[in-house]
Design a protein around this ligand. Sequence first.
Ligand code: GLA
Length: 379
Amino acid sequence: MKPTASKMVAVAAVMALGAMFMSSVSSEAAEKQGVVKSAFGKTTDGAAVDLYTLTNKSGIVAKITSYGAILTEVHTPDRTGKKGNIVFGFDNIEGYLKGHPYFGATVGRVANRIAKGKFTLEGKEYSLAVNNGPNSLHGGIKGFDKAVWKASVVKSGDGPSVKFTHHSPDGDEGYPGAVDVTVVYTLTNKNSVRIEYTATSTKATPINLTNHTYFNLRGEGDVLGYEMLINADNYTPVDDTLIPTGSISAVKGTPLDFTYPHAIGEHIKELPGDPNGYDHNYVINGGGKGLTLTARCYDPQSGRVVEMQTTEPGVQFYTGNFLDGTLTGVGGFNYQIHDAFCLEAQHYPDSINHPNFPSCVLRPGQKYHQVTEYTFSTK
Ligand code: GLA
């Protein structure tokens, strides 16, 4: 039997409706789970920058931009289930271009300080830009945090995932060797942001990559009442320019002891020589061998907990001591001193000048590998 014209129109209409329904379902599903790429603006050189929005099975959202491979936002539920952003950053590229203290950034080639910006490797002395008092900090003037990274969505059984790659040429910021670096962010279905770094170099070079996320677990106010635990019996004491003296000292009996959970602000005023707050490298107990519990922080008000694990031997605990209210970020939050804490996985500061510290030298033929996970929950 031949279909009549009216029947054919009806079938076509049903098919069209079906297609519309399917596409609305799939775009909803994409918003619910997976990765959505959107434009984030342009750098001053005119390079286009993208934002990747990752959503996992339970609806946690993490946003990462290809500018600096920066983690810009993380939305997690509080104990009542209400979602909110718990990291510092901006919702447009201009905020980052104006200058900021490494909010959420991928920091390299060498995170933290190198004394006087100088080191000797294989008999050759290298001089880096001095950008922090007398020292070099966080990779120099144009570190990895200011590079436009190449990005691609990758398949991972663990949750939505995006890979960022960057080529740092020989001599970049004064460092030897051309370095190829990859950072893979995965928002796992176990509610972690997992950051996996790999790198290779054509010459021996120091390398110490980290992520510099500033956490505020309630989206406003200071963090002094949060309960912090740091799995470290020892730390690396520093001089007054924050360069390690070379010794490794016990935290016991000092305001640096977070081996038992207590409020960040409880002993902050007792810190010797640095009344501004914590900015110290802790030697993680059993650290540097595999993924190890590093720290756990709980905000009694929102109920949010973030737990950190890393493969690195150290962690810089920093309490936003240099925030001064001049920056306002996502949600109109004006960032004041002590409004955030950072837990930066790392080799110890100035390792390249301290042969007794775990080595941060990457040689040709070797592969640098680092994994850090921040896991979110409530109690
Ligand atoms: C690290 C350093 C701090 C500070 C911040 C960025 O945490 O240790 O001293 O430089 O980065 O402002």
